[in-house]
Design a protein around this ligand. Structure first.
Ligand code: F0G
Length: 458
């Protein structure tokens, strides 16, 4: 049965034309881009599902806020508004603005991670782990095993931390070697899978027992809150804002990329409760980002961000946002496309191992599939597999269990008609899957190689 979708809880006031290039042109553009969808030009893309990061459509209220930008070097009105909003919605004492999420990751890693330390987390994220490693730390994955199994669809909170794995690490290396645990809500690389309130609470209790800080990666925390409301007993009648506030009560701080659930195009922050951490972070932020009252954002950015955070707590907004992603996932799944289940909050992840069973992981199946989807349909997606995973300290490729292509849905940008086109295109590509060839590296950057790496057909 066809799943029906929820009408968009907004109407459209301004449009941005998009065009589909002819197929021969698309083949040429992706070849010129080194078969890396990050290197395509927007003008060559029909539907852009590369990322939900900074690609959101702002509301009329946010756009109006831009006119109130107070572009003072220090003490801007908009910073006061953003700081108050973060304190109120998340419950933290101190807020340090950064230009985006990785700016906050840089600050917390520089302050807390020392060589030889271990940072557990519920699956890695690319920039987050890189900042830990740049300080000499080692990331340790303590997510529940099922998060690595794309076909397991019977687990509502695949993002949960495995407490057994976490405690085993503490016992092995000692709590003094663990500056914090990084808990993502939701888990991007696992397919946008949520973390339950019960798990967040249990992780916090265990961490307190051992004197270890809990730092959330808050990037998609509102989507996580929606899943808690929908799936966890006792939360059905709570508001999204109440759930968010409770989630963060089980943490000591967070890094946030405002480019996702802040519904803006740029921005981020680090928030903490410890005064000493705050002092250190403000000392560093002036070196890397800007004054502690703008951190790389303009006044107008901060105004839009404060307004976006509040809009994100609106139930009609977040329900439509997540259900739109689930609609796309269900439509693809019903048509036989192998995807990660259950569908997560921000994206549908296609399982490239099952889509291209004739390719080994070293033939870069997800990279090849992302390139093929573009060539086939003009839809831009992103590799999330061996290419994104990078190499370990000894130079060996990580071989992640998940070899995925991410179809990421920007917030409030595409209609369900666009998503139908995407689902039907990927379905029709499935019939030609055996013709898709593997890729090999032509240029491999040493850090975060997926962004600018180049490839050719084997
Ligand atoms: N944490 C998570 C879970 C993320 O998804 C991202 C960014 C960051 C941190 C870093 O934030 O980009 O503002 O510096 N994810 C983007 C993506 C790039 O496409 O998933 P940033």
């Amino acid at each position: 049965m066809e799943s029906k979708y929820i009408p968009e809880p907004y109407k459209i006031k301004m449009v941005e034309p998009i065009t589909l290039l002819p197929k021969e042109e698309r083949a040429k553009r992706i070849k010129d881009a080194g078969y890396n969808t990050f290197l395509l030009k927007t003008r060559d893309v029909f539907i852009d599902l590369l990322t939900d990061s900074g690609t959101n459509a702002m509301s009329h209220y946010q756009w109006a806020g831009l006119m109130l930008g107070d572009e003072a070097y220090a003490g801007s009105e908009n910073w006061i508004h953003l700081e108050e909003t973060v304190r109120e919605l998340f419950g933290f004492r101190y807020v340090v603005p950064t230009h985006q999420g990785r700016g906050a990751e840089n600050l917390i890693s520089q302050i807390l991670v020392k060589p030889g330390m271990y940072i557990p987390g519920n699956m890695y994220f690319t920039t987050t782990r890189t900042h830990m490693e740049l300080q000499g730390g080692t990331f340790v994955d303590v997510i529940r095993d099922e998060a690595h199994e794309p076909e397991r669809d019977d687990i509502p909170f695949k993002g949960d931390v495995d407490l057994g794995k976490y405690e085993a690490l503490i016992k092995k290396v000692g709590p003094e070697k663990i500056p914090y645990i990084c808990v993502a809500v939701t888990v991007n690389m696992a397919g946008g899978q949520p973390t339950s309130m019960a798990n967040l609470k249990a992780v916090y209790e265990m961490s307190q027992r051992y004197g270890i800080r809990v730092i959330f990666d808050a990037t998609r925390c509102v989507e996580n809150a929606y899943f808690i409301k929908k799936r966890e007993a006792g939360y059905e009648d709570k508001t999204i804002a109440e759930i968010v506030l409770e989630m963060f009560s089980y943490s000591d701080g967070c890094t946030m990329s405002g480019k996702k659930d802040g519904i803006v195009n740029m921005g981020g922050f680090l928030a903490v409760n410890e005064e000493d951490l705050y002092r250190k972070a403000t000392g560093l932020v002036v070196v890397y980002e800007g004054m502690p009252s703008y951190g790389g954002m303009t006044g107008r950015d901060m105004e839009a961000f404060a307004r976006g955070l509040r809009e994100a707590m609106n139930y009609d907004y977040i329900r439509h946002r997540v259900e739109q992603v689930i609609y796309l996932g269900n439509r693809m799944s019903q048509r036989g496309v192998p995807i990660v289940k259950p569908v997560g909050g921000h994206a549908v992840f296609v399982d490239a191992r099952r889509f291209l069973p004739h390719l080994s992981q070293d033939e870069l199946p997800a990279q090849a599939l992302a390139a093929a989807i573009y060539e086939h349909s003009g839809v831009r997606t992103m590799e999330r597999g061996i290419v994104s995973a990078g190499r370990d300290k000894d130079g060996n490729n990580y071989h992640p269990k998940l070899e995925l292509v991410r179809l990421t849905i920007p917030r409030r940008v595409y209609t369900n008609a666009h998503l139908d086109y995407v689902a039907d295109s990927v379905e029709s590509l499935l019939a030609e899957a055996s013709d898709i060839r593997g890729l090999k590296w032509v240029y491999e950057p040493s850090v975060l190689r997926f962004f600018t790496g180049r490839f050719e057909h084997i």
